[in-house]
Write a protein that binds this ligand. Sequence first.
Ligand code: PLP
Length: 503
Amino acid sequence: MEKSLFNMLKEYGESDYYPFHMPGHKRSVIDGPLDNMYRYDITEIDGFDNLHEPAGILLEAQKRAASLFGSEETYFLVNGSTAGILSAISAVADRGHKLVIARNCHKSVYHAALLNELSLEYIYPSEWEEFGVLNGISADDVESVFHEIALRDGVLKKDLKNIVAAVVITSPSYEGILSDVEGIVRLAHDYQIPVIVDQAHGAHFGFHPLFPASAVSQKADFVIQSVHKTLPAPTQTAVLHHNGKLTDSNLIKKYLRVYQSSSPSYLLMAGIDFCMDILQNEGRERLENLLKYREAFWNKAKQLRNIKILPSMLEKYKNEKTVWEPHAAEPGRLVISVRGNDFTGQQLYDILLKQYHLQMEMSGADYVVAILSMMDKEEGFHRLISALIEIDVFLESREKEEISAEKKSIYKHKHFKSAQKISLKKAFTASFEEILIEEAVGRTVSDFVSLYPPGIPLLVPGESPDKEAVALIKKYLENGYNVQGVVKDILNNDIKIKVVKTS
Ligand SMILES: Cc1ncc(COP(=O)(O)O)c(C=O)c1O
């Protein structure tokens, strides 16, 4: 008989693979609601309140979470941050038909634009060349896009609020890079435009003075956080915080009913509530421990000659508070770079996994990302630095590569600036045909093409890829990256892509 999914999970749970990935509980054995899960697995029965109209135990639990995060309203999410992002964007959609978004937003932001038929106006983050990661977004970046829209659409800036539904940014990014949330909120609020912060990777913010402030305290209108990514909480759990008067409290509740299951799992909700207890009672101390492990790791990493670790705010500013800058990175991530070596991020990822049983969260063109959490153990950091020291010696013995123009071009294109030929909705719902990717130049794509993780679309329906975009997607595939939205014809060794039918 084939292995059952449960048996596979059991085997993996008992193995020595160390998790530098989500969920943030790091497979630690915690006494909690998930012990004997079937005993506690219910949905809405008498006496247990109702997530969609909470009036009892769930209302109290959400209020407790709101008070912990300093938010006016907090909602439990059982369908991940995805449900929160879909709901928040839907709740602002009646304000205008444009959404100003950072181009490196998660696909759920694009899905919300698709469902609400919003047109997208992009803020393109610059790149931190030394590491090949995208920088954070500044208030000036947002102001430039506002300015451009006002000029193009012939509206006064004070009237932008009638056509711009909201600004959406991701902070921190998958790589831990922060945007200037405070400055962006101040600017957008001057125009009475709400700001939605996808803080899926920053649910731990604000619980230790050396970690960044949460976007709730920075006055964003909606903040969505995946508690499952960086906190000890089960997969799929997240919270949505709502603040201020620019957006409608009733609408967000209505949309949460649309996008969330009508049978929410009480195990997941108890998991969020339980996580709030841990955060309140042990959060600061556990984050303090994590910083100690990080510091010891950082000090040992100084001996690496070929591998570079991206410095967080902590290493850059020696614990002193500083003003925000585009490279600001939070300390809960490790970006481990092999840039400058004849080696890809995927190769590093594979070696760490296969030889050292260290499971990273993701690989980029020439780096890997490890998710750290308050549940990490010192042992994990010891194992990681020992492995990196050995790999560094191995890299030393290899010839240094003069980075070719071709490879540089791969590094550069975290996102394309492909022309939008028709609307997202029109392209997504149009009749399509599958054609060879090489023939897609100049055609209009009808589905999302994303690198996963991080789930940021490389191509959006309605866009027309150029030669460079096509070459890069092929390169990612050749190098073993997981590109979603292309059709692999294994028999003929062909890659196809869905484009809008022309006749
Ligand atoms: C930046 C970002 N936002 C949102 C999401 C969606 O979060 P969830 O998996 O909790 O639905 C992800 C998932 O990886 C993400 O990386």
